[in-house]
Design a protein. Structure first.
Lengths: 165, 142
């Protein structure tokens, strides 16, 4: 069942991206281009997604367990650190260049367009590159030097069950 | 922007929200695409196959969209190849470093009122805005 849910949710996610226009990089660039002809499409997509998921979350959070699994894996990290901000800056620069974020990029592979294929190849290389750095190693829990001594942890390590008590 | 565009954008967003909600409700997992890709490339026991199936679902959904409306994948953005590739690497690396992307922080995190996600979303949107301004207005002379 978990497999079917994963496949089905991935499929619906892609339909939503396509219907919402998020697989068109020009729409993303148009949203980010506040000095040009601004394209607000992304705002409406985000409103629909966050609005519905926020309501669902209010209900889901009261459950002890998911329907087909034991424990929720929700990021529990609270610290706003250099790593979070620097990662978001790098991500934003790349997003502004290509107009693709990971979901739409992967979905666009099926179009076979060289731009989408090249972007996804480079993106996966970026993910793999991160895993090669000390920060990406699952064994390393140390924070960036600037935050030595704080409780910063890689997000993967911070994933924890809501209901682990 | 027409009313039809607004309606399909809202409906598209609703599908994304429903998908994220179903994955959380049934499997207890966050629909963060960069995290899912990271987990595909660096498998952890018991957490690999659902990620592969989610990506397969994304591709299947992409095929449906392509069959119905190939124009949904129009690129219409012109960047040099080296710049485009650099952008891809930055998106992949930055999403992993910042623990999320537009789906994990932008949809799932905002919905859970995660302060980290609100900060990340504000920062990457601002960084994207500055990048587009520099590329399309400063450097392009427009």
């Amino acid at each position: 069942m978990r497999t079917a849910v994963a496949f089905g949710t991935g499929l619906v996610f892609a339909l939503g991206l396509g219907l919402g226009g998020m697989t068109q990089p020009a729409r993303i660039i148009g949203f980010l281009d506040v000095a040009g002809v601004w394209d607000p499409t992304l705002v409406f997509v985000l409103a629909g997604a966050v609005g519905s998921h926020m309501l669902a979350w209010l209900w889901i959070r009261r459950r002890r367990n998911p329907v087909f699994a034991y424990g929720f894996q929700i990021p529990r990290e609270r610290l706003i650190d250099t790593r979070l901000v620097l990662g978001a800056v790098l991500f934003g620069v790349g997003w502004g260049i290509g107009g693709y974020c990971p979901g739409p990029a992967v979905t666009s592979v099926v179009s076979g367009q060289p731009v989408a294929l090249a972007f996804v190849g480079a993106m996966l290389a970026g993910v793999a590159l991160f895993d090669l750095t000390p920060l990406g190693s699952p064994r390393v829990r140390s924070p960036l030097p600037a935050e030595a001594g704080t409780a910063a942890r890689p997000a993967d390590e911070a994933l924890s069950a809501l209901t682990d008590a | 922007m027409t009313g039809a565009t607004i309606a399909s954008a809202l409906l598209g967003g609703l599908l994304i929200g429903l998908s994220s909600s179903a994955l959380l409700l049934f499997n207890g997992r966050i629909a963060g695409i960069s995290g899912i890709l990271g987990g595909v490339l660096r498998p952890m026991a018991g957490e690999w196959s659902w990620r592969i199936w989610f990506v397969a679902g994304l591709l299947a959904g992409g095929l449906v969209v392509y069959a119905v409306a190939p124009g949904a994948f129009a690129v219409a953005v012109h960047r040099s190849w080296p710049l485009l590739l650099a952008g891809g690497v930055l998106v992949g690396f930055g999403a992993r470093l910042g623990s999320g992307c537009t789906s994990g922080h932008g949809v799932c995190g905002l919905s859970r009122w995660s302060a980290r996600s609100w900060v990340a979303t504000a920062v990457f949107t601002a960084a994207g805005g500055v990048t587009v301004f520099v590329l399309d207005h400063v450097l392009a002379g427009g």
